[in-house]
Design a protein around this ligand. Structure first.
Ligand SMILES: *[C@@H]1O[C@H](CO)[C@@H](O)[C@H](O)[C@H]1NC(C)=O
Ligand SMILES: *[C@@H]1O[C@H](CO)[C@@H](O)[C@H](O)[C@H]1NC(C)=O
Length: 280
């Protein structure tokens, strides 16, 4: 009796481990979510915080989904990422209902991350999403432009184990970098004549993850001002994919080849989606 109960329990555990391993799904797998798409609130360190959730159409709670944070720039808010002509930096359209998207709202329209409060906020959302929805824990991502790039970089510094990749569009170290030694897949891009955050600041972010990822060093060529070119450098020998695009342009999230904002037609949109969707 005792023996067969034990071996039954062991067998069940083994099966559970197998299923979990195959699906890599979070606690929300198999559950009916209580959250609906739209604005959510949460209290973090005594402050009321807001975020927008977009659940894919036809959500299936036994399919582990990708999870993507879209972080807004300075003097903007979550609505700017969720709306406009390229929601979630254009990725929402390309994902075709294969990803759960979240646009969190920064304090004072930025990501000052005072004493790590924004990292805590994002981590609390990540946990809430894991509990509510079926998420593939190997396929969580964050991207943003400018201050939102700085915050995605900060997340890569502090939470590399929870995220698969970040895309840092014209960023700088504005939101800190606690930890900062773990490898994570890194997509960086920056305009060669960025008049808000100089490209040297973007190179600095890139170089941290070139190092953390153990890539071979390589000189990343950059196009000259007025060339209307962009040059992408893919680093070799890295633990996780690491790439950098320098484009002829200023401080623009979704540039076209003339450097001007091109919204959903920017080269950035398919490039970031290709980078994120290479992981299975
Ligand atoms: C839900 O997802 C599971 C696992 O991917 C799949 O086997 C099942 O057919 C899906 N259900 C529907 C209704 O699509
Ligand atoms: C780069 O070119 C733009 C116009 O194409 C010009 O406004 C800017 O001053 C140039 N910047 C540098 C650093 O040469």
């Amino acid at each position: 009796m005792f023996r067969s109960a034990t071996s039954f329990a062991l067998g069940a555990l083994f099966l559970l481990a197998l299923v979990n391993n195959v699906l890599a799904g979070t606690a929300g797998c198999g559950k009916t979510p209580t959250l609906k798409s739209g604005t959510q609130t949460m209290t973090v360190n005594g402050k009321q915080r807001r975020w927008i959730l977009r659940i894919p159409d036809g959500y299936n709670n036994t399919t582990p989904y990708r999870f993507i944070f879209g972080l807004h720039w300075l003097n903007a808010n979550m609505n700017a990422v969720d709306g406009g002509n390229a929601p979630y930096y254009g990725l929402k359209n390309l994902a075709k209902n294969t990803a759960i998207f979240v646009a969190p709202d920064g304090l004072n329209q930025g990501w000052g991350n005072s004493n790590g409060e924004d990292i805590t906020f994002l981590d609390n959302i990540r946990q809430k999403i894991d509990e509510e929805f079926c998420v593939n824990e190997n396929l969580r991502f964050s991207l943003g432009f400018s201050y939102g790039a700085a915050m995605s970089y900060s997340l890569a510094c502090s939470k590399a184990k929870d995220f698969r990749a970040v895309a840092v569009l014209s960023g700088a170290t504005l939101s800190g970098c606690a930890g900062g030694n773990d490898p994570i897949a890194f997509y960086g891009q920056h305009g060669v004549h960025d008049s808000v955050l100089n490209i040297a600041q973007g190179r600095q972010l890139r170089d941290r993850f070139v190092k953390n990822n153990g890539c071979q060093s390589k000189t990343a060529q950059e196009p000259s001002n007025g060339s209307r070119q962009r040059i992408t450098t893919v680093y070799d020998g890295c633990k996780y994919p690491t790439q950098w695009t320098a484009f002829d342009g200023d401080h623009v999230a979704l540039p076209g080849d003339n450097g001007a904002d091109s919204g959903p037609n920017s080269f950035t949109v398919p490039a970031v989606w290709k980078f994120f969707s290479q992981f299975e």
